[in-house]
Ligand binder design. Structure first.
Ligand code: PMP
Length: 438
């Protein structure tokens, strides 16, 4: 089977004339998998994508995380339609915002107060501002390879050495801003300790994805979050969790409320950034945390943050409806079981064909790393075979299996994936690994 992509190629040529790089987010380009036209999609339903050449794909990209109930879920679609019929934007508060805030607070004990914004980037950016306002300090510590959106402060990479002042990861970020960021390796408490010893009284916050979703799926080592929280508080800084990917991904709650962490009090953050799933596929972000910290935010406090589109009734209605689907019993168990079957079979097939592969699975999502070592931090995730990934990506795409076009991104299951989809995907992977073994 080989798919024809004629219309995608035509549209890509046209898009290149008008839209920078032909895409509205660089992660959608196929640059990391050999270039050429990305597949232009026409519609999506349940676990499936349909492209402009009428090819059908089983979707594991899931829009980089927000799609967890499958595409165009009827409960969410009707909530969106009803909301739109009542007007799209008021610039005035609604009861809907209280309903979603209550739902989040019921699932997340660390949220006393919340504020809705439009994206994960905005949510993270504002948590940093609030932490700086609250502590009166300027620097932040982040972990190499964790992605926190595209605001200046978090688009900063590590310099050389284990704990160093950052260097800009993008043109257009002044070195003076990068100097306010210290990057240490994930899962490295010694690196964090060193950084806190050196800059401790200047640090406003330590920002982390408590379970990483941006260089594959990576669990914190036992004791990492506990140690991080303790050291950070001892230094008088705040703990910020970026749960934009992890929020409602593994269970009805966050990483910080996930049962794999026995002592929840020891890993509770001061501030949390949210996005993706809580909008049910529409643009959203949210941040929240302890009352006295959140009360730094205008109109109560001196830290300013605002948004014309924030809390818009369509995104909020979509988010409420999505959480209503996820609250149903058994939803996460089913995704977990399907992902276990799929990830297990992929690993087994790769092994059988002699293709080195590490699979990191956390319930209904997992990452595939073309290497024979474990992946527990960004260096290990980088030290994997990008060309093998690109081959695998193309071989899967040509069999109607849609993955993210990057070796760092996860596979996401949804409530719409079925056993038949999983079997079809396993068969495709078997053919792909067989071809790669040659
Ligand atoms: N934080 C994390 C952990 C993310 O994965 C992302 C997006 N992939 C963001 C923040 C930024 O969110 P958005 O793209 O909605 O701005």
């Amino acid at each position: 089977m080989s798919f024809i992509h004629t219309r995608s190629e035509q549209l890509y040529t046209e898009a290149l004339e008008h839209i920078v790089g032909g895409v509205n987010s660089p992660s959608r380009s196929f640059k990391a998998v050999g270039g050429g036209a990305p597949v232009f999609m026409k519609r999506a339903q349940g676990a499936y994508f349909y492209d402009v050449d009428d090819n059908r794909y089983i979707d594991y990209l899931c829009a980089y995380g927000p799609i967890i109930t499958g595409h165009a879920h009827p409960h969410i679609t009707s909530a969106i339609t009803r909301a739109a019929e009542n007007g799209t934007l008021y610039g005035a508060p609604t009861e809907l915002e209280i309903i979603l805030a209550r739902k989040l607070k019921a699932a997340i004990p660390s949220l006393d107060k919340v504020r809705f914004v439009n994206s994960g980037t905005e949510a993270v950016m504002t948590t940093i501002r609030v932490a700086r306002a609250y502590t009166g300090r300027n620097k932040i510590i982040k972990f190499a390879g964790c992605y926190h959106g595209h605001s200046d402060l978090v688009l900063v990479a590590a310099g050389s050495g284990p704990s160093t002042l950052g260097i800009p990861d993008s043109a257009g970020i002044p070195p003076s801003i990068a100097q306010e960021v210290i990057t240490v390796p994930f899962n490295d408490l010694d690196g964090l300790k060193q950084a806190l010893e050196r800059w401790g009284d200047e640090i406003a916050a330590v920002m982390v994805e408590p379970i990483v979703g941006n260089f594959g799926m990576v669990m914190p080592a036992p004791g990492f979050l506990e140690g991080l929280c303790k050291m950070t508080r001892d230094a008088g800084a705040l703990v910020i969790y970026d749960e934009v990917i992890t929020g409602f991904r593994f269970h009805y709650g966050l990483a910080q409320t996930y049962d794999v962490f026995p002592d929840k009090a020891a890993i509770e953050p001061d501030l949390t950034a949210l996005g993706k799933i809580i909008g049910g596929g529409l643009p959203i972000g949210a941040y929240g945390g302890r009352k006295e910290i959140m009360e730094q935010v205008a109109p109560l406090g001196p830290a300013y943050q605002a948004g014309t589109m924030a809390g818009n009734p369509i995104s909020i209605s979509s988010g409420i409806a999505c959480l209503e689907v996820l609250e149903q019993p058994g939803v996460y168990e089913t995704m977990d079981a399907l992902a276990a079957t799929l990830a297990g079979a992929i690993k087994e097939s790769a092994d059988r064909h002699g293709v080195p592969l590490t699979v990191n699975r956390i319930r209904g999502s997992f990452s595939t790393h073309f290497c024979s070592h474990p992946v527990t931090n960004y260096d290990e995730a980088q030290d994997t075979d990008g060309e093998q990934f690109a081959r695998f990506f193309r071989l899967m795409l040509e069999q109607g299996i849609c993955l993210a076009p990057s070796k760092y991104e996860a596979w996401f299951l949804t409530t719409a994936h079925t056993e038949a989809d999983i079997a079809e995907t396993i068969e495709a992977a078997e053919i792909a690994f067989k071809a790669m073994a040659r």
